[in-house]
Design a protein around this ligand. Sequence first.
Ligand SMILES: NC(=O)c1ccc[n+]([C@@H]2O[C@H](COP(=O)([O-])OP(=O)(O)OC[C@H]3O[C@@H](n4cnc5c(N)ncnc54)[C@H](O)[C@@H]3O)[C@@H](O)[C@H]2O)c1
Length: 353
Amino acid sequence: MSASPSVNTVLVTGGAGYIGSVLVPKLLAEGFRVVVLDRFFFGRENLAPHANLRLVQADSRRIDASLFEGVDAVIDLVAISNDPSGELFQQATREINHLGRVRTCELARAAGVQRYILPSSCSIYGFQDGLVTETSPTNPLTEYARANERAEAGVLPLATDAFCVTVMRQGTIYGYGARMRFDLAINGMVYGAWSTKRLPLMRDGTQYRPMLHVQDTTDVMIRLLRTDPRAINGERFNIGGEESNYQLGLLGETIALVVSGFLGENVAVEWYGDPDHRSYKVGFEKIERVLGWKPAWDAERGALDLLARLQAGTLEKTPKTITLGWYQELVKWHAIIRDVGLHGGILDIDAGL
Ligand SMILES: NC(=O)c1ccc[n+]([C@@H]2O[C@H](COP(=O)([O-])OP(=O)(O)OC[C@H]3O[C@@H](n4cnc5c(N)ncnc54)[C@H](O)[C@@H]3O)[C@@H](O)[C@H]2O)c1
């Protein structure tokens, strides 16, 4: 790709989710037009109306070429977005996270879209000794991680000189989003420590995991839209910096200290679960070299930001903030409503009398 026409309109799939609820307002503030494709499983209220924002309620597995009219770039966030949900809803995870995203990428290319970004996950590294880089072998341990790996393998060969495909391997995200997630490590630790003075920590604490603030990952997405495609086309990037790999036991102790200091009360660590076999330390040299980018956030700053919001009452834990639990609720109520719903309603029904 010699010239790089600028991106004006961005299609964000899954744009009403956690990362999307931070990314979309940022894109709008930067002057992009945005189309959000989402089922709105977590509601529409997470995206404020805006003159340059169009919401499309549709399933990512059933989209057609018309969606890409006028679209310059796609950020394909849509997914069943964590390991436990991926294990419970395996077929949907394969369809949405892998097959659907490859199809979206194919449709985008055929429609003349310039760029496609796949926000994948460092979880595809699974369990590994030493520092893993973008060229290290992968070792996905869950359905969710396998679907990400297959999506990467499906979309990268679609890159051409006219169609820039870039994969972002994100660590576990933390920080505030309008569609909040307390099922993510740091967010859950902060909430538990703040609300009960007990910080939940997954056994056995020796596992390493890269953490990435939601503001940082969305900054990278926007930066990728503006980077010369020749530097990023067909490439995978681990997203993070030197300080992003945390050993979970130490991270828990750090967060416990931050919360203790904030509240002026003692916070104890409370272990849960079976020992977690997912452990990997990730190298981030490539993104700094190619994009000149480093994270602006760290766990302590992220924790303090969440604490301020919790304390101010502008952030609360609701059933929607636990992804697996919310999907289970939706599936349960779908069955109940299908069973007892008649004539278009439950108690109020379509007029007929
Ligand atoms: N949050 C993290 O820690 C993290 C880490 C690494 C990678 N990622 C990846 O980033 C992406 C976004 O994650 P998130 O945390 O924002 O997830 P999320 O669950 O908050 O958002 C996913 C969105 O997709 C929508 N959706 C799901 N299935 C759909 C379908 N078939 N059709 C249309 N819409 C559908 C949901 O309604 C939701 O709004 C995912 O691909 C996830 O795997 C996230």
